[in-house]
Write a protein that binds this ligand. Structure first.
Ligand code: MN
Length: 251
């Protein structure tokens, strides 16, 4: 009984992985995660660690306040890192595979426990979110990304409106994304909880490389804006690091 169950699981796992490997999803994911994992997501002794912010906690004032940044980074993000390391200890090495990268984990999401999904997402999403804000942020993108936004959404203003709508309409906790799909098109999407567009899951309808990430969990704005998510989003547009978004788009 045990053996046949195990055999069944192995067969399902092999079929699922075969389907994943034969798609282009991994390919489109790798460019963004490779960059992030090499340069931004430190691993120490086989454990994920909290990446330092690329600026001081008060650097995004007055748009994003110091206390929110400090708690968000040193408490919330740290907890995702700690819980990811703990959750990964429960996953079979053969399922995790090698190298044990977040890209690899996202591509096998269907085989992972919920704690890995929530915390691998939490770690990746926040690491990206910090990079996509800057003291010299705001304004509009330049170059190829600006052109693509204009071509696909009509104008930057129209894109901003659609992205803001996606962020406003996310019920409960989640994220809004600008995604570069495997066809090279831009798409606006929103995911629940700590899911992201790199995860290979049936409920992630728009898959691809995240170019822009906006955290709309209440912990991202409640101290300063209380229940007013719209005010937080308006503030966030002033700190968007378009240079980083352009870099991710052009990778
Ligand atoms: Mn958050």
């Amino acid at each position: 009984m045990v053996n046949s169950r195990r055999g069944f699981f192995k067969k399902v796992a092999a079929l699922t992985l075969g389907a994943i490997a034969s798609s282009n999803i991994i390919k489109s994911a790798s460019v963004a995660t490779e960059f992030l994992e090499k340069e931004i997501l430190p691993i120490d002794g086989g454990k994920y660690t909290l990446p330092a912010l690329p600026y001081a906690y008060d650097a995004l004032e007055p748009h994003i306040d110091k206390l929110t940044m400090e708690i968000h980074h040193s408490k919330h993000h740290q907890a995702y890192v700690n819980n990811l390391n703990k959750a990964l200890e429960t996953v079979d090495g053969n399922v995790l595979g090698s190298p044990q990268t977040l890209e690899n984990i996202f591509s096998k999401m269907v085989l992972m426990p919920a704690a890995v999904r929530n915390n691998a997402g939490g770690h990746y999403n926040h690491s990206l979110f910090w990079q996509l804000m800057s003291t010299k942020g705001g304004g509009e993108p330049k170059g190829a990304l600006a052109e693509a936004i204009k071509t696909q959404f009509g104008s930057f203003e129209e894109f901003k409106k659609l992205f803001t709508d996606a962020a406003m309409k996310r019920f409960g906790s989640g994220w809004a994304w600008l995604v570069k799909t495997k066809e090279g098109k831009l798409a606006i999407s929103s995911t629940a909880n700590q899911d992201n567009p790199l995860m290979v899951l049936p409920e992630i309808d728009i898959k691809g490389t995240p170019i822009l990430a906006l955290d709309v969990w209440e912990h991202a704005y409640y101290l300063k804006n209380q229940n007013k998510r719209a005010d937080y989003i308006t503030s966030w547009w002033n700190v968007v690091n378009w240079e980083m978004a352009e870099k991710l788009y052009n990778l």
